[in-house]
Design a protein around this ligand. Structure first.
Ligand code: FE2
Length: 246
């Protein structure tokens, strides 16, 4: 974990070097996707800054259990059972309650349930690959899933994504959505990944790696990985979007 970057007590300026450059030739699709001209900022409208508000009543009983939420009755997804848990915090380490988290991932074989994913690995009929939850009053969250498999992608001659889970963090308005990816401690594919390698600061990468927490793991059931999400400030989780904000 970091952090050595200086900051005043009550002001947390955005460190733009924390994010990868939009143009990163090693990540092939960034070449055409990177803006060619300076960005234009639009002022938010009222509807973007005031809603929606998410409450716990939004969440169904299985929404935070990807092993069951698309499974047939009495069945469950195939794969290594894991629980991911952590806290959503602000720049001062204070918990952020009532935050909607959405997550999506490949199945244990490394394949997404998506019509454009034609990887050789089979689909799991009992695994949909997405779920959601809302943080509690103490900012904590947890969801159960299976560890996603790594998968190859057509970037270089032989590029593979490490096992990862995509996570979306909704703020209190549509304009506050943040998206990141979580990796698993000890995965040798992390430093080989062209997307990870667009991140310059090793500390930023380190904060995207969930830690195995044996003390929190459930014996004879599942391993637990801990992944805290920090919304901004000098310890901010690295998010893929919202580079234009402050
Ligand atoms: Fe992915």
């Amino acid at each position: 974990m970091k952090n050595s970057r200086p900051q005043a007590a009550n002001y947390f300026p955005r460190d733009r070097a924390w994010h990868p450059q939009a143009y990163a030739p090693g990540y092939k699709s960034s070449v055409l996707r990177a803006p060619q001209r300076p960005l234009i900022a639009f002022a938010n409208t009222l509807s973007e800054t005031t809603g929606p508000a998410f409450g716990h009543d939004l969440i169904g009983p299985l929404d935070n259990d990807l092993t069951l939420n698309f499974a047939q009755p009495g069945m469950s997804a195939i794969g290594e059972r894991v629980v991911v848990q952590g806290r959503v915090m602000d720049e001062r380490g204070q918990p952020v309650p009532n935050v909607l988290l959405e997550f999506w991932q490949a199945n244990a074989g490394g394949r997404y349930r998506h019509k454009k994913d034609n990887y050789l690995a089979p689909l799991d009929p009992n695994f949909g690959g997405c779920g959601r939850t809302v943080t509690g009053d103490d900012g904590t969250y947890a969801f159960r899933t299976v560890r996603p498999g790594p998968y190859p992608w057509p970037n270089g001659p032989n590029d593979w994504r490490p096992a990862h889970i995509h996570i979306s963090v909704f703020g209190h308005a549509f304009a506050q959505r943040l998206i990141t990816q979580m990796y698993f401690e000890g995965d040798p594919l992390i430093p080989r990944c062209p997307i990870v390698r667009t991140i310059n600061d090793p500390a930023a990468i380190d904060m995207l790696v969930a830690r195995l927490d044996m003390d929190a793991s459930a014996p004879m059931d599942s391993l637990t990985y801990r992944f805290d999400i920090i919304l901004r400030g000098s310890r901010s989780t690295l998010f893929e979007n919202r580079l234009e904000g402050n």
